[in-house]
Design a protein around this ligand. Structure first.
Ligand code: NAP
Length: 290
């Protein structure tokens, strides 16, 4: 049976360290770091993620400037809010909870963020820095995946890493981060042919697909490290609703050397890296004012 990579435990440890650092920063500079999470509409999954983020902020001593808008909010209204938050010295990080309703232009809103406050690292400046291997704000979920690999002491250099999924939010940035750590990286997607043949060559397999239990044991090389980014709500045969990942945990955990569970794997790390990024932006700001 695979070793379980415990994201909940690592998140707890890192959030404790962040809370201690926040307390020192507050004493030293006279104000806490601040994060604004912008949420539009009433998608229940997004609302739950936003609640988790705000609770984690509160516990870490980070001030929350969260704003919740009805689905009828306009692009112009959101642009004004972003401009105000960009100019507000109490706010160090801004996160736009995705997905947004289809009538809104998410890319234009992400582009409007002050890149120094771009808590999810999705502004072109920050994605560009990642592509160039420069220091900058890194996307929370992919950065969380890298923390999990590091904590589990997984050797990445020279390994074959396969990422299933090529979104800007997860697939592409995690592939770049693995490349930065000297893995040989393959990115697969919905048009990939012979997917199982490719995934069976992976020493490290990252699933970021959005399809419940898509990756089965036959697709996994024995002793591979499997990181499941997916979060999918399904109704099981007893009519009960539950969360599952993109990996068929029951079968894959018998083949893999390490595996992340869902829930309790990558999810808690996403929230943790958001706090980390907010504190990082705060420190960059106070350093630049010295
Ligand atoms: N744990 C967390 O904190 C966290 C954070 C973010 C997202 N997630 C979860 O991670 C999953 C992926 O999120 P996302 O935002 O990256 O989703 P997304 O934007 O929908 O991207 C999904 C990717 O999977 C690929 N794909 C779809 N069907 C496929 C198939 N049959 N074979 C191979 N590739 C296929 C798509 O290929 P094409 O590009 O060709 O369409 C696309 O690149 C979702 O379950 C989401 O809920 C979790």
């Amino acid at each position: 049976m695979a070793v379980i990579i415990d994201g909940k435990a690592l998140a707890k440890k890192m959030q404790k360290a962040i809370a201690e650092e926040v307390s020192q920063l507050q004493t030293q500079y006279g104000r806490p770091p601040g994060l604004a999470v912008l949420m539009v509409g009433d998608n229940p999954a997004s609302a739950a993620y936003v609640r988790n983020k705000e609770t984690a902020c509160h516990k870490a001593g980070i001030t929350s400037f969260g704003k919740h808008f009805p689905a009828s909010v306009t692009q112009t209204e959101l642009e004004q809010v972003i401009d105000e938050l960009n100019a507000d010295d109490r706010v160090d990080g801004i996160l736009i909870q995705l997905p947004l309703p289809e009538n809104l232009d998410a890319i234009a809103l992400l582009n409007r963020l002050d890149p120094d406050k771009d808590a999810d690292g999705l502004h072109p400046n920050n994605l560009g820095k990642l592509a160039r291997g420069e220091v900058g704000l890194r996307s929370c979920t992919p950065a969380g995946v890298m923390e999990l690999l590091a904590e589990s002491k997984i050797d990445i250099a020279g390994k074959n890493a396969v990422v299933i999924g090529r979104s800007i939010l997860v697939g592409k940035p995690v592939a770049l981060m693995l490349l930065e750590e000297n893995a040989t990286v393959t990115i697969a997607h919905s048009r990939t042919k012979n997917l199982a043949e490719i995934t069976r060559k992976a020493d490290i397999l990252i699933a970021a697909i959005g399809r419940p239990e898509f990756v089965t044991a036959e697709m996994v090389k024995p002793n591979a490290v499997v990181i499941d980014v997916g979060i999918n709500r399904i109704t099981d045969y007893e009519g009960k609703s539950r969360l599952v990942g993109d990996v068929d945990y029951a079968s894959v955990s018998e083949v893999a050397s390490h595996i992340t569970p869902v829930p309790g794997g990558v999810g808690p790390m996403t929230v943790t890296m958001l706090l980390h990024n907010t504190v990082w932006s705060y420190k960059e700001k106070v350093k630049s004012k010295k």
